[in-house]
Structure formats: structure tokens, C-alpha cells
Ligand binder design. Structure first.
Ligand code: AMP
Ligand code: MG
Length: 326
């Protein structure tokens, strides 16, 4: 696969459109309202609209490919949610002018639950809690072939383009192809630059990045590990897979995700790591779980063979794994 292949061109266009829809909704602030799913996690009209666009555009070009995505339209089809479905359809309309409410639901439901030899996995809004706080969030899409992530795309509409100008331009599109490196562009797909991880060799100079939500990661454990490694810089708390982008461009040296004590047996979802992990790896980084095992995207929706996640600049990976064992 190269950067002009149908997969890459289709996926980039789909993510750019989904990301524009999310930004529109964020701007109109209707995204401030959310529905609680059965697992108590929030979902917004932006999650539904983004998934509808991504699934429709991928299925159009690859009718035989499996898509594994976070949402389904069950809640949206409830008669008492008809106003919400209407809002979702209106936003999707701006990108797919023929869209009807019925079609929007059916596009969302292109998503299936079972892994095949080749499949797409997507999170229409990764970090929904960040989106609701007007903080970081990402639109994440990856292609997995025979258990290997071969293409990863992340749109991070709220992420600053340059760490030295945190109040400057925002909006990053990360793209990685297996064996071909990672790049960052703006959200129009322009201003391309190649990414590489930090060259830091001394753990005490490292910057750690972690979730904002204390229920998603064990902050206290992370803090103890930072002390063990003599890391003095405060950790960079950020929602979504934007953390992988931060590691890929060398601003974060390591991204740690030890399951939170509120859910110590938590198993990660494939759509929360497929796109991000290839972006960090192709920029020269290394990604495993916190025990050092490679991330396994071939077991199903849940990464049942892994425990937490560790992404580093590669150089520090073994040192951090060793400290994690102590
Ligand atoms: P982050 O923004 O890095 O905190 O990660 C957001 C993702 O965390 C969401 O997409 C959820 O799928 C995932 N998540 C939900 N519950 C948990 C949990 N208990 N532990 C770890 N991750 C979780
Ligand atoms: Mg997610």
C-alpha cells in the first residue's frame, strides 16, 4: 500500500469529513448534550454523525471489507430520540447531501463485531469526555490486515500544530503506513511534515503523557513510576489518542496507561489503539502493553491478551518496562 492507494486516499478523505462534522457540532455547542449508553459512557450526536460518514465512505469503496466501530444506532432509533436523529441527519447532510435518517442509521450499523482477515476499525470520537469539555479528542481510523495494523489515521481538531505555540494554529491530521513512516498534516490534508520520536536517552529528561480521566488510568501508579525513573517534568494529561501523536512528534517521551484501580481488569478496545499505535511506531517509537507484550489486534473487539499500554520513543522502552516490573 502506498500513499496514493485507494485505501489511503479514501480513508484520509473520510476522516477529514468526519472531523469537519465534529468541529461544526462542537462550534454549535449542541455537542454539549450527551446520551448515556448502557455502560454509562457518553455518546453525542457527533459520535453518531462521524461514524455514519466514516462507515458510508469506507463501505462505498470497499464493499467487502469488515468495519468494526464503537457505536451502533440502537439508541438513535428509539422513538423518543427522534429529535436527536434529526439533528444527526442534518449535520451529515452537509457532507453527504442525499442522506436520510434511515440511511444514517443503516450506515452506522455497517459496523460488525467479528474480526476478519482484513478489517477497518474506527472510533468516531475517541475521548468523547474531552470533546464534551471542549478539550482534546480524535477521530481514529485504522486498517488491520492479518492482525497487523497497516494504515492508521488520526484527526485531532483541537491539538496545537506546534508545541512551541500552544495558542497558535490547531488541528492535526496524523497518517502512518506500515513501513513508510508517519506524517502530520493540517485538517485539509496540506502542510505535510515527517514525524520522529524524541531522542531522549536519559529517563529523567522524559515527559510522560497520560489520560485526563482517573477512571481510565492509574494516575497514582504512573506518578510512582515517574519518581522511580527520576522524571521531574509534570505529566502531560490529554484525552484521546492525541497522546500517540504527541509521542510520535517527540513532545511526549512515553505514554503510559496502567488500568485504573476502579477497573483493574479493564481490557482495551482495538479502536482505541490501532491508529495511534502505528503512528507512534512508524515515527520510530515502540508500543507494547505494560508487561512488554505486543498489542494483539486479532482477538476481537477487546484486546484480551494485553494489559494496559506503553508507548515510548523506543530508546527508553526496556528501561520503563523494567521499572514497571519492580
Ligand atoms: P483517554 O481519552 O485516553 O482517557 O481514553 C478514552 C477511551 O478510554 C475511551 O474511548 C474508552 O473506550 C476508554 N475507556 C473507557 N473506560 C475505560 C477504563 N475503565 N479504563 C481504560 N480505558 C477506558
Ligand atoms: Mg475511544
Amino acid at each position: 500500500m502506498d500513499q496514493n492507494s485507494l485505501e489511503v486516499v479514501t480513508a484520509i478523505q473520510a476522516v477529514i469529513k468526519a472531523s469537519a462534522l465534529c468541529q461544526e457540532i462542537r462550534k454549535d455547542l449542541v455537542g454539549g448534550e450527551s446520551i448515556l449508553k448502557s455502560d454509562r459512557s457518553p455518546v453525542t450526536i457527533a459520535d453518531y454523525g462521524s461514524q455514519a460518514i466514516l462507515c458510508k465512505l469506507i463501505r462505498e469503496k470497499f464493499p467487502h471489507d469488515t468495519i468494526i466501530a464503537e457505536e451502533d444506532s440502537k439508541e438513535l432509533r428509539r422513538p423518543d430520540r427522534s429529535k436527536i436523529l434529526e439533528q444527526v441527519t442534518n449535520y451529515v447532510h452537509a457532507f453527504i447531501p442525499t442522506a436520510s435518517s434511515k440511511e444514517v442509521c443503516s450506515w452506522i450499523d455497517f459496523s460488525s463485531n467479528s474480526i476478519t482477515d482484513r478489517f477497518w476499525t474506527l472510533d468516531p470520537i475517541d475521548g468523547t469526555k474531552g470533546f464534551l469539555r471542549a478539550d482534546q479528542y480524535a477521530i481514529a481510523l485504522a486498517l488491520v490486515e492479518k492482525g497487523v495494523v497497516t494504515l492508521g489515521i488520526l484527526a485531532c481538531p483541537n491539538l496545537y500544530v506546534d508545541i512551541h505555540q500552544p495558542l497558535g494554529e490547531k488541528g492535526c491530521l496524523f497518517v502512518a503506513l506500515k513501513g513508510r513512516g508517519s506524517i502530520q498534516m493540517d485538517l485539509r490534508g496540506l502542510s505535510k511534515r515527517t514525524l520522529s520520536v524524541s531522542k531522549i536517552e536519559n529517563p529523567s529528561e522524559a515527559t510522560m503523557t497520560e489520560s485526563v480521566e482517573p477512571d481510565h488510568a492509574d494516575h497514582l501508579f504512573h506518578q510512582r513510576l515517574a519518581q522511580k525513573l527520576n522524571i521531574s517534568k509534570p505529566s502531560l494529561r490529554m484525552d484521546s489518542q492525541a497522546k500517540y501523536g504527541i509521542v510520535a512528534r517527540g513532545e511526549g517521551t512515553l505514554y503510559l496507561r496502567v488500568p485504573s484501580p476502579s477497573e483493574p481488569g479493564y481490557k482495551e478496545n482495538i479502536w482505541d489503539h490501532a491508529a495511534g499505535s502505528i503512528i507512534a511506531e512508524e515515527a520510530g517509537g515502540r508500543v507494547t502493553d505494560v508487561l512488554g507484550s505486543p498489542l494483539d489486534f486479532s482477538c476481537g473487539i477487546k484486546m484480551v491478551k494485553n494489559h494496559g499500554v506503553l508507548a515510548t520513543n523506543g530508546i527508553l522502552h526496556e528501561v520503563v518496562l523494567k521499572a514497571l516490573k519492580m
